[in-house]
Design a protein around this ligand. Structure first.
Ligand SMILES: O=P(O)(O)OP(=O)(O)OP(=O)(O)OC[C@H]1O[C@@H](n2cnc3c(O)ncnc32)[C@H](O)[C@@H]1O
Ligand SMILES: [Mg+2]
Length: 197
């Protein structure tokens, strides 16, 4: 089964390809097919995931998988949340986003730095599919005082997963995929892939 992956985020593409490496699902990143990024005008992760999947399915005529994700920090009322990719103003500027997150949490002690990553994955069989497959995962932890590690992407260097003494950017990539919001959501989705036939 060939699916267009409706994401322009190289970190997500790598993780999702790895997660599906042993399956019969073959992902083709939308950038490889010349598909531009969709405008994320939704007010929820699920709406944005549907917008992105529909955009890629329409542009390519292929079934599409989209991932809308973010990080929600309790002490900031859930911010950056839906706006994680553009928290500091420029879409996808991880260094600036991470610096802003540290500034916003300046002086807040570790016991009040709880946060979770969330991912909503959507599969549309075609652009007008009225019955998308939808799955959500959440990964809980806290925000560090300073970045740690070089793996992963985005907010990973600032995220200390519950139960671990290393940041998400210091975890082995396979372990991150087993634990993460994205890995959890994909496991749910895979149980439903059979319905795609
Ligand atoms: O919309 P696409 O094209 O998929 O790519 P994007 O980077 O814009 O992705 P989102 O709109 O879903 O925004 C999610 C942001 O949340 C962050 N994020 C999501 N999952 C993450 C993870 O596993 N590790 C670190 N940061 C993550 C990262 O900064 C993303 O840019
Ligand atoms: Mg985006």
């Amino acid at each position: 089964m060939r699916l267009v992956l409706a994401s322009g985020n190289a970190g997500k593409v790598i993780e999702l390809e790895q997660l599906l490496a042993d399956s019969d699902v073959h992902l083709v990143a939308q950038t490889q097919l010349g598909v531009s990024d969709a405008e994320e005008t939704g007010l929820t992760f699920v709406e944005n995931a549907l917008i992105k999947a529909r955009h890629a399915a329409r542009a390519t005529g292929m079934p599409a998988l989209a991932d809308d994700s973010g990080i929600c920090v309790d002490a900031l009322g859930g911010a950056p949340g839906l706006y994680a990719a553009r928290y500091a103003g420029t879409h996808g500027d991880s260094a600036a986003n991470n610096a802003k997150l540290l500034r916003e949490l300046d002086g807040i002690p570790s016991e009040r730095r709880q946060a979770y990553f969330i991912a909503v994955l959507v599969v549309l069989r075609h652009a007008d599919d009225p019955a998308p497959l939808i799955a959500e995962g959440r990964w809980h932890g806290r925000i560090l005082d300073a970045p740690r590690g070089n793996g992963g992407f985005g907010y990973d260097p600032l995220f200390l997963p519950d139960g671990y003494d290393v940041s998400a950017a210091e975890l082995d990539p396979a372990l991150k995929n087993r634990l993460s919001h994205r890995g959890q959501a994909l496991a749910i989705l895979q149980q439903r892939f059979a319905e795609l036939a």
